[in-house]
Design a protein around this ligand. Structure first.
Ligand SMILES: *[C@@H]1O[C@H](CO)[C@@H](O)[C@H](O)[C@H]1NC(C)=O
Ligand SMILES: *[C@@H]1O[C@H](CO)[C@@H](O)[C@H](O)[C@H]1NC(C)=O
Length: 305
C-alpha cells in the first residue's frame, strides 16, 4: 500500500505551516498507511481540525460593514478581512457537489465507506473490477470527511493560518436575498444551508448580521442606487428581497443568541447608542469589555449618510 508522495508532502507542509502542535508523523511508517489513517494521525480529521475561532459578518451593502470590520480589527488578536466577491459561494458549491457525487449513477457498485482506510492500490482494484463492465463517469472515492477537511484547509490556509490566538474572519455583502442566495423560498433555504456551512469551517464560529435599521427603500437608497446600476432589480423586488434578508437575519439572531449578533448602522454612529453597542459586541464575542473599539475611526462615513 502506498500513498501519493505529493499528498504526503502537502500534509507535512501544512503541518509545519498551520499546526505546530500536531503530533510528529514518522515518515517511514506514514508511507505504509492509507490517507485517512494519515489524516487521523496528523489530527486533521474530525471537528477539531482547522481554525479555532472565526467571525463572519454578513451584511447588506451600504450598512457600515467596513466600519464594523474596522471596529473588530481594533481588537488586538482579530484579523477580519473584507469582501471576497462571494468566493465562498463557489467553495460551498464545490463542497455540495463533491458530496452529491457519491449518490451518482454507478457509485452504488462500490460501497465506498468500506474503502475508507484503503490506499490507492485497493481503490484501483475496486475500479478494475467494474470498469471493464460498466461505464463509470462518476467514479470517485472521496467521502464527506475529506471534503470537509479540504474545505476547512482552504479556509485555514487563506484566512486562518496565523494560528492559535488569532481570530480570523471576513465580511461579505453578497450573501443576501436577490443575489447569491436567490429568491424567496430558495433564499431562505440557501441562507440556512450556507450559515450552517460557515459554522462548520472553524472550531467556534460567531456570526454578525449587519444592516440598516429598517429595510425601507428610503433608508437603503444608496444600496438601491448601486443595485440599479448593477443588478437592476425593480424597486419592489429590491425592497421585498431586502425585507426578507432582514427577516432572516433577525430570526436567526433571535434563535441563536449564543453565536449570532445583530448590528444596525444607526447604532454605530449614534453617540447615545454606540458605546452600548461596543460593549455588547465585545461581550458577545467573549472579549474583555474594556477593549477600546470605535466605529467611527475610518474616513468616509458621517452620521446619517
Ligand atoms: C434606475 O435608475 C434610473 C436612472 O436613475 C431610473 O430611470 C430607473 O427607473 C431606475 N430603475 C428602477 C428599477 O427604479
Ligand atoms: C460614538 O459616536 C461618537 C460621536 O460620533 C464618537 O465620538 C465616539 O467615538 C463613538 N463611539 C464608538 C464606540 O464608536
Amino acid at each position: 500500500m502506498t500513498i501519493n508522495n505529493s499528498l504526503l508532502s502537502q500534509i507535512l507542509l501544512l503541518e509545519l505551516f498551520l499546526f505546530a502542535s500536531i503530533p510528529d508523523l514518522a515518515v517511514s511508517s506514514a508511507l505504509e498507511v492509507a490517507p485517512r489513517e494519515l489524516f487521523k494521525q496528523a489530527g486533521l480529521l474530525g471537528p477539531t481540525f482547522g481554525s479555532q475561532k472565526c467571525v463572519f459578518v454578513l451584511a447588506t451593502g451600504r450598512s457600515g460593514s467596513t466600519a464594523l470590520m474596522d471596529a473588530l480589527n481594533q481588537i488586538p488578536n482579530y484579523l477580519i478581512r473584507g469582501e471576497h466577491w462571494s468566493a465562498f459561494w463557489n467553495l460551498y458549491s464545490a463542497y455540495l457537489r463533491l458530496k452529491e457525487v457519491k449518490f451518482g449513477p454507478g457509485q452504488e457498485l462500490f460501497e465506498w465507506p468500506k474503502h475508507a482506510n484503503d490506499g490507492a492500490s485497493e481503490i484501483k482494484q475496486a475500479y478494475e473490477r467494474h470498469a471493464p463492465i460498466t461505464r463509470l463517469p462518476l467514479f470517485s472515492e472521496i467521502m464527506d470527511d475529506r471534503i470537509m477537511l479540504a474545505t476547512r484547509m482552504y479556509y485555514s490556509v487563506l484566512y486562518g493560518h496565523y494560528g492559535e490566538g488569532t481570530v480570523s474572519g471576513f465580511k461579505e455583502i453578497r450573501y443576501v436575498c436577490g443575489t447569491y442566495f436567490g429568491h424567496r423560498a430558495t433564499c431562505t433555504e440557501n441562507f440556512h444551508a450556507f450559515t450552517r456551512f460557515l459554522r462548520g469551517l472553524c472550531g467556534e464560529v460567531k456570526m454578525i448580521f449587519n444592516t440598516r435599521y429598517t429595510p425601507s427603500l428610503e433608508q437603503n437608497a444608496k444600496l438601491f442606487y448601486m443595485d440599479n446600476t448593477t443588478v437592476g432589480r425593480t424597486a419592489n423586488t429590491f425592497q421585498d428581497e431586502l425585507v426578507q434578508t432582514h427577516a432572516l437575519f433577525d430570526e436567526y439572531t433571535k434563535n441563536n443568541p449564543d453565536h449570532a449578533f445583530r448590528v444596525y448602522l444607526r447604532d454605530m454612529y449614534d453617540p447615545k447608542r454606540n458605546w452600548t453597542l461596543a460593549q455588547n459586541l465585545l461581550q458577545f464575542l467573549g472579549e474583555k469589555q474594556n477593549i477600546p473599539i470605535r466605529f467611527n475611526r475610518m474616513p468616509g462615513w458621517q452620521p446619517g449618510r
